[in-house]
Write a protein that binds this ligand. Sequence first.
Ligand code: NAD
Length: 516
Amino acid sequence: MGLSEFRNEPFTDFTQEPNQQAMREALASVEARLGVELPLVIGGARIRADERFASINPSKKDQVVALAQKATAQHVDQAIEAAWRAFQVWKRVPPEERSALFLRAADRLRRRKFEAAAWMVLEVGKNWAEADADVAEAIDHLEYFAREILRYAEGKPTVPHPQEVSYYTYEPLGVVAVIPPWNFPLAIPMGMALGAIAAGNTVVLKPSSDAPATIYTFLEIMEEAGLPPGVLNIVTGSGATVGDALVQHPRVRMVAFTGSREVGCRIYEQAAKVQPGQIWLKRVIAEMGGKNAVVVDEEADLEEAVAAAVVSGYGYQGQKCSAGSRLVVTQPVYDRVLEAFVERVRALEVGPAKDNYPVGPVINERAYRSILDFIEVGKREGRLLCGGEPADGEGYYIQPTVFADVDPQARIAQEEIFGPVVAVIRARDFDHALAIANNSQYGLTGAVFTRNPEKIARARSEFWCGNLYINRKCTGALVGVHPFGGFNMSGTDTKVGGPDYLLYFLQPKVTSIKFR
Ligand code: NAD
């Protein structure tokens, strides 16, 4: 089936009036549906639980975006049962059909991109460009996997044997529990769930409680494209009830998780315990947090470096796993870079995501409190140069904050804050800068700004992180171009959007037939 070469979905140009208009209309149409009740989706059936919880607009905290069901452990059982039933059929659907279904779903999402983005603007406080990039990444996953399914279907060659022929093929695993975070509420759940489904598995997806509504666009486009009932089940509810029940369930074959280090480590440990009746070792992939460093060397284009450091640090309010939350600058240019950085950060305006401010709200009350607590710690550990306070408004707004002269061992230089806070660290020279960058329990992304080829080569071999960017911001990974995943406590480094990803959702089988 001659598919065209994979190409990333272009971003929407919001300087164009028709696109602005389309976004405003989509926001109005989603606003008219706010408060909608979202069902559990088990084997295609829409189910209500006894209790519900609200998903809130962080830009306007008294606005309820949607009401999601609080599923129980029984619902988890039912969903796993439905997923196993669907698996018996889905695993035998030819790869070409799965691929074609993914392409149809990509077309549907393309047609609904403004609406999908509008849900994110209102549910998780992304500005228009950030929300649009999330949708584009989700489309990319559909297009990329549509091609990867076909590649893996070819299997692998084995060494010839005089009396036998052997076939090395890939089989799906079974039921996969997918547990995403809220910060890429379409692209991340779709990346993990589509990886599983492309490979022939079925999924029980537990959305983040901060972003349940956005997921339903995913379900709808897949159903419209012809996905059979039970292949994608949605069970909303708390991490403690639904998450634990899923992870510990003896009939879950694999857990695909993206989220914090704390929860990822817990899942890894719990999934390792073989439960009564369990007949496999669960596979776990876990992509976790980051404390990413942007290194600026004296031989860099400083203006470009500073602009990229601002986008890396404060894009989506610093709530990206890839956020450049440490800015490490070598001594000769430290003062100049710091001054230019602070000037740009001061110019960032904070306000509602719907009105497309460069900096919007942080996700919820808990994050708001935790980030403000970290800012208090920062006031003791560093020199506060801008921000440091909540910002005005009806949501969870925090001023973009810069701390200078931070010790590399300080808490604000070591712990993931996940908010609009950057710690600026002085390095004696490039060697010292690399040592500071590597001084972390994490190892997700990093950026180095220098024009010196020897330093670039050093960074390539010594900067210990999963995604290293040279002379470019450390956020904004593109499917296929920047397969994504981190070292150390940033996770299992599965590189979503890359050529090895589907392998995590497959098990190789070798069949050898003796000649007569
Ligand atoms: P989180 O760990 O709090 O939650 C992630 C998911 O786990 C949610 O769906 C949550 O409900 C669920 N969960 C919570 N407790 C659970 C339990 N006991 N059992 C099973 N599931 C449980 O993370 P978050 O706040 O949603 O997301 C932010 C974090 O995610 C940050 O640390 C960020 O760096 C990380 N992240 C990493 C990547 C990556 O690719 N490495 C990408 C995005 C976000």
